[in-house]
Ligand binder design. Structure first.
Ligand code: PEP
Ligand code: MG
Length: 326
């Protein structure tokens, strides 16, 4: 039988009625960034900077960092590149920064928290990011991982300003940050939902344990509620202080690479979706098959579900294009 012609992703994330949701890439090196540009990413939504630090006994020099980040910025001239500061600890241990004897590394000194125990590393990284950004035309945004409070967001904004970086943001990957998103987004310009950790911490289930995969599912209604709360908090923060510009909320966890869940996220009001470059075309095609109204309706249905399985089944059954994608 003749296969029906699939809509082809044209490299611009939109719903069928033209609501824009830029589709960005998660990358971890200059090589990744070049591949992402070839795959049609509109920009980078998550540059994991650990690549520059892992497998070393000492901190990379500022010059080494400038070269590494510059290679990524170079691949996206004039485009948005969201760079995340070092996320050491837990699943990403670093000998010179993290304590291997912590009893609960996932709940320990990781991400932005390492700035308390080893001050200086983050400030030097921000200096390197600013220098690399200054040498390229990419629109560089900087975000801190594992932020739990509005005070931490404020501290990060001060550090970014000191380095001359004008677009500070935070990852929302701890439930407290999702709940406090209005206060947090009164202090920084944007948030990016890290659904891998947000799911792990919401469900209290280790993201590395296959035996807990059913709990560790971003379709869990509790996780969806926190994502929705984050978007609502961002809108309130914008309304309170419109002169500071709209606070945007992106998603850069694996959830954004699931085409059905990507539609739900767009319907919730998430502004950008960042994913592994492999997923760009299927997410783009499925997003283009629904109107914004339909996406909102699917979000409402997912949010009202009582289980991850129910949410997933309800949404998938209303996206016939998924069958064509296989
Ligand atoms: C996340 O937690 O969803 C995320 C994008 O960060 P990482 O997977 O690097 O922890
Ligand atoms: Mg994370």
């Amino acid at each position: 039988a003749a296969r029906s012609a699939l809509p082809v992703f044209n490299g611009t994330g939109t719903t069928s009625d033209g609501h824009r949701v830029p589709l960005l890439a998660n990358v971890g090196s200059g090589k990744d960034a070049r591949a992402a540009a070839e795959a049609g990413a509109e920009g980078i939504g998550l540059l994991r900077t650990e690549f520059c630090f892992l497998g070393r006994d000492t901190e990379p020099t500022i010059d080494e960092q400038v070269a590494a980040y510059g290679a990524v910025f170079e691949a996206f001239p004039g485009r948005k590149v969201v760079i995340r500061t070092l996320d050491a600890g837990a699943d990403k241990p670093l000998p010179f920064l993290t304590d291997a004897t912590e009893p609960n590394p996932a709940l320990g000194v990781r991400g932005f928290r390492t700035d308390r125990t080893t001050p200086g590393v983050l400030a030097r990284q921000l200096e390197a990011i600013a220098a690399a950004a200054g040498a390229h035309t990419a629109d560089v945004w900087v975000m801190a991982p594992m932020v739990s409070t509005a005070e931490e967001a404020a501290d990060f904004a001060v550090m970014c300003a000191a380095a001359g970086l004008g677009m500070p943001g935070v990852m929302v990957e701890v439930p407290s940050a999702a709940i406090m998103s209005e206060a947090i987004l009164s202090r920084v310009r944007f948030a990016s939902l890290g659904t891998n950790d947000l799911t792990q911490y919401t469900m209290a289930s280790d993201r590395q344990l296959g035996s807990l995969a059913a709990l560790n599912d971003p379709w869990q209604p509790a996780v969806l509620q926190l994502i929705s709360a984050t978007v609502a908090g961002a809108s309130r923060a914008t309304a309170l202080e419109p002169a500071a510009g709209a606070r945007t909320v992106g998603v850069c966890g694996e959830a954004a690479a699931d085409p059905a869940l990507a539609v739900v996220l767009a319907g919730m009001g998430v502004n950008t979706l960042s994913m592994t470059p492999r997923a760009l075309s299927s997410v783009g095609v499925v997003l283009a098959s629904v109107s914004l109204e339909q996406a909102k309706e699917l979000s409402a249905r997912a949010l009202a579900a009582h289980s991850a399985a129910e949410a997933r089944t309800i949404v998938r059954s209303r996206l016939p294009i998924l069958e064509e994608l296989g």
